[in-house]
Design a protein around this ligand. Structure first.
Ligand code: ADP
Ligand code: MG
Length: 159
């Protein structure tokens, strides 16, 4: 099995396509950071853990989160903007951040696959499915075998 897959990179600005409107902001990683996902490439929703560096440009911007590791759901897809030849990964962290963290280093461990990409007839249906994804992620991560990934050395080194 390809998991765990480690992804790291500086959070980029996306197209702002309503992530926040849906109550589900998704932090984008730069293209280079996504190459470890080429071992799976299956578009869809994944789950795992993520951490955002507290510091940006040497200043502590997110002191509250202070190196905490949170559950996450990640959407992996082929980017239509690049004629579907480029993968994009967007990570929603299950934590209520008080501010944005563009430009911060983000580290993630991808641990499993939840479902393929689906088309939605309505915004409500999409929001409902995101909620299901979060529940699936949390119950999977609750397995004792996954606990150690939250303590992975990846999350101990300072960004
Ligand atoms: P964009 O198109 O720029 O990715 P989004 O609406 O998807 O815009 O918002 C993503 C941004 O929101 C992230 O880059 C991050 O700075 C911020 N953010 C705040 N809370 C979260 C969270 N819980 N998970 C992911 N990103 C978050
Ligand atoms: Mg986004």
């Amino acid at each position: 099995p390809p998991f765990p897959i480690v992804l790291t990179g500086v959070v980029q600005r996306g197209f702002g396509r309503g992530g926040k409107d849906l109550g589900c902001p998704t932090a984008n990683l730069p293209d280079e950071s996504i190459s470890p996902m080429s071992s799976v490439t299956q578009p869809g929703v994944y789950y795992g853990y993520a951490q955002v560096s507290r510091e940006k440009d040497g200043k502590a911007v997110l002191p509250e989160e202070d190196g905490q590791v949170f559950p996450m759901v990640m959407s992996l897809g082929w980017n239509p903007f690049y004629k579907n030849q480029k993968l994009t990964a967007e990570i929603h962290i299950m934590h209520d951040f008080k501010s944005d963290f563009y430009g911060h280093e983000m580290k993630a461990i991808v641990l499993g696959y939840i479902r393929p990409e689906l088309d939605y007839v309505s915004r409500e249906a999409l929001i409902e499915d995101i909620e299901t994804d979060k529940r699936v992620a949390l119950s999977s991560l609750a397995r004792p075998a996954y606990e150690r990934f939250k303590e992975d050395p990846l999350f101990k080194t300072s960004a």
